[in-house]
Design a protein around this ligand. Structure first.
Ligand code: AMP
Length: 282
């Protein structure tokens, strides 16, 4: 049996209402499609937390900048539906842009503080697009639990913040980052890498791990960040937007001295045309 598919808010709500009438709990996994094992791990995690799992597939135009890859973003709904069915998803929600943003839509959700540095600084408007679409998706589906990947660590922090601030009644669960055997975080955008770039790409994760190890060995935040920046440049990365040690909840800057408190180390850099992000913690 093929995975059930709905394209409208009304149809999504009708399905969820029917499950609720049976007393079933609902989990939700938002995605932009081009699915890989990372996405499927979120679906599997959601299944352990809810009786029914909805996955959304929506390439959200408002979170792409004007010079970014919205048009080129890989799309293959039939393939994605097959993968989701195999992972135990119960319903695919794939709205059109006009369903999500009907004529006249004028409301934008802006998260301050945690959404401002790092990706917020490198991609102006990105988190407003993310926060707006996630708020809408959560309102449309009304799940008990929603699962997001730590791969997009700042996005997860932004969503935790907006759910708390807007009193959205959902539990947000963060899922660990799925990686290739060589350490590269799985990402739909890895498809853009040339064969040579794919060989260079695992250096991003290696540099972050080394940075964290050096920090835990007592080196200063300023020193480990400087060494990591050089290492990324030597590994062939261009336009390194940031490689920084931050507080894991607020994403505020730490340093410049040594620290033995909780940290998250985050980086974003380009290999050729592909922008990669990654993060590690302990
Ligand atoms: P995207 O389709 O890129 O918007 O991602 C949809 C969800 O999958 C987000 O919550 C991401 O953080 C998560 N995700 C993406 N890549 C991975 C990965 N390698 N491991 C775990 N989760 C991921």
């Amino acid at each position: 049996m093929a995975l059930p598919l709905v394209r409208t808010v009304a149809d999504l709500r009708a399905r969820v209402r029917a499950w609720r009438a049976e007393g079933l709990g609902v989990g939700f996994v938002p995605t932009m499609g081009a699915l890989h094992e990372g996405h499927l791990s979120l679906v599997r995690l959601a299944r352990t937390k809810a009786d029914r799992v909805v996955t959304s597939l929506f390439v959200n135009p408002t979170q792409f900048g004007p010079s970014e890859d919205f048009d080129a973003y890989p799309r293959d709904e039939a393939r994605d539906a097959g993968l989701l069915e195999g992972a135990g998803c119960h319903l695919l929600y794939a709205p059109a842009v006009a369903e999500m943003y009907p004529e006249g839509a004028s409301t934008i959700v802006t998260v301050c503080g945690v959404a401002e540095p790092l990706e917020g600084a490198a991609r102006p408007g990105h988190f407003a697009g993310v926060a707006t679409v996630v708020t809408k998706l959560l309102n449309q589906c009304g799940p008990d639990v929603a699962v997001f990947g730590q791969k997009d660590f700042q996005q997860l922090a932004v969503i935790r913040r907006l759910v708390a601030d807007l009193d959205i009644p959902v539990e947000i669960v963060g899922a660990p980052t799925m990686r290739a055997d060589d350490g590269l975080a799985l990402s739909s955008r890895n498809a853009y890498l040339t064969a040579e770039e794919r060989q260079q790409a695992p250096a991003l994760h290696q540099v972050l791990q080394t940075l964290l190890r050096n920090l835990r060995d007592g080196e200063s935040v300023a020193a480990v960040e400087r060494v990591a920046l050089d290492a990324l440049a030597r590994a062939g990365f261009q336009r390194i937007d940031y490689v920084e040690v931050r507080h894991p909840a607020t994403l505020e800057r730490l340093g410049p001295g040594p620290t033995d408190g909780p940290v998250r180390v985050l980086a974003a850099a380009r290999l050729g045309k592909t922008r990669l992000i990654d993060n590690v913690g302990d």
